[in-house]
Write a protein that binds this ligand. Sequence first.
Ligand code: BMP
Length: 242
Amino acid sequence: MGSFASRLREKAERADSRIILAFDPAGEYREVDRARELLSRLSDKVAGIKLGLPSLLAYGPGGVRRLMEGIEGPFICDLKMADIGYVNRLVAGEVFGLGFEALIAHAFIGIREGLGEVVELARERGKGVLAVCAMSHRGAEEYLNRHYLELAEASLSAGADGLVLPATFPELLKEARRRHPEALILSPGVGVQGSPFGSALRAGADFEIVGRALVFSPSPRERAEEIRREMGGWKGERSPRR
Ligand code: BMP
């Protein structure tokens, strides 16, 4: 079956894409059938699909299961988990039970009785854990982003499958990549948040997380194709090794 990272790369190569679609429903997409239509039209243009709390609350767990049914992911669940290990494990079990291939957790909770327990459960189930080490919004500079290097180091040592680092602070991406040449890095903040498509890849990310720029485009499939080309497909911005 391979690791989550290898499954993600395999789909990325097939789709020739470094886009991770962030689907956060609003408006017409609060209806699960409309959401399904959108995801089916985009799934072969993207390397993976990220859903989060907005989807879980709008559709409920059963609705999320229905949303994903028959659509190629891999699907990543972004709850930015940040509780004690015991609760994290319970939530992670539910998330993996719904069919998600990976989940996103905050690294700042620390490893012992925190992220470590999530990684352990993911290993048992053959799933992935991605650790948020810095964020893309301005307030992230006040506290979290000051610690991104320690958080990245700790997350990878604890066995996380990859890191989430912001496109809006490319210097952080560059430094994290310099220190961790082999790490899987996903980066949000391109498009509506202001960073150009392809900029995070050039700074060292493997994938760019794209939400509103695709979801609210009048022609999402055509827009995905344009963005995919701007990023240079799978082999465009990063070395083919990754
Ligand atoms: P958009 O492209 O519409 O700005 O969406 C970005 C997505 O990435 C959202 O789903 C958001 O939860 C996520 N994200 C982010 O924007 N910044 C971060 O630092 C971490 C994230 O997961």
